[in-house]
Write a protein that binds this ligand. Structure first.
Ligand SMILES: [Zn+2]
Length: 242
């Protein structure tokens, strides 16, 4: 074989190897699924095929409520909780979109900002919307997570109830609240939508808890568990036979 041809074949073989390597390389788009408790619970992939929009409430010039003792703004705790929620939902197979991943707002004016957030759900065909907020009240005694839905929207009521139950079971709050109908602009889409008030920043004990990554992780796990419950309720055919 002529030296020139041999070199040409060698080059072709090398190019082929590169192409093969590219073809079998893992796709980086999807974050790795963490191994731990998720696999033990037997619910890996329970949210497969679902596109969920997670909205970290407030942001930018809109700080939301302010924690009474630490002075930390609600927008910051919302974001950290929403990021933990994304991790949980993704670990169960959901495709998760975020309205924000930094301290920002979309537009001047509250309504324009909220409309931009809802547009993300519309434009991406989201199946569910979860808005993450922290509560506050004049009396420092008020405490406990509470989930809101739009009155008259049965799927949203079911989703809110499932998340409320999961939060009570997982977080064991001193005060057990019930899911409530609420008139929020963010709950105006036709997809199942909830606004989760994760706890009261005006309550000393709950403020302390919500400032820890560990508790926020448990909040995220509880919300995720509620979403899985809801999906099992509304799609019984998809759950495994007993
Ligand atoms: Zn809020």
């Amino acid at each position: 074989m002529a030296g020139k041809l041999k070199r040409k074949l060698t080059v072709l073989a090398a190019a082929g190897a590169v192409l093969l390597a590219l073809a079998i390389a893992p796709r980086p788009a999807r974050p790795a699924v963490p191994a731990r408790p998720v696999e033990q619970s037997g619910t890996v992939g329970a949210l497969w095929g679902k596109t969920i929009l997670v909205d970290a409430g407030h942001g930018g010039s809109d700080g939301g409520a302010r924690a009474r003792d630490s002075g930390v703004w609600e927008k910051e705790i919302n974001l950290q909780t929403a990021l933990a929620l994304r991790e949980e939902l993704t670990a169960h197979g959901a495709t998760v979109l975020m309205t924000r991943e930094t301290d920002m707002e979309y537009d001047r004016g509250k309504r324009a900002d909220l409309t931009a957030r809802l547009d993300i759900a519309r434009q991406n065909g989201a199946d569910l919307l979860i808005c993450v907020h922290m509560n506050e009240y004049r009396s420092r005694r008020e405490s406990g997570p509470q989930v809101f839905y739009r009155g008259g929207q049965e799927p949203s009521r079911l989703l809110a109830g499932a998340i409320q139950d999961a939060m009570i079971q997982t977080l064991k709050p001193a005060k057990e609240r019930a899911a409530l109908a609420g008139d929020y602009f963010m709950l105006s889409l036709d997809i199942p939508s909830v606004l989760v008030e994760c706890g009261f920043l005006s309550n000393p004990e709950e403020e302390m808890l919500l400032l820890t990554a560990d508790y926020r992780q448990r909040v995220a796990q509880a919300i995720c568990r509620g979403v899985i419950e809801y999906c099992a309720l509304t799609e019984p055919a998809a759950s495994p036979a007993p």
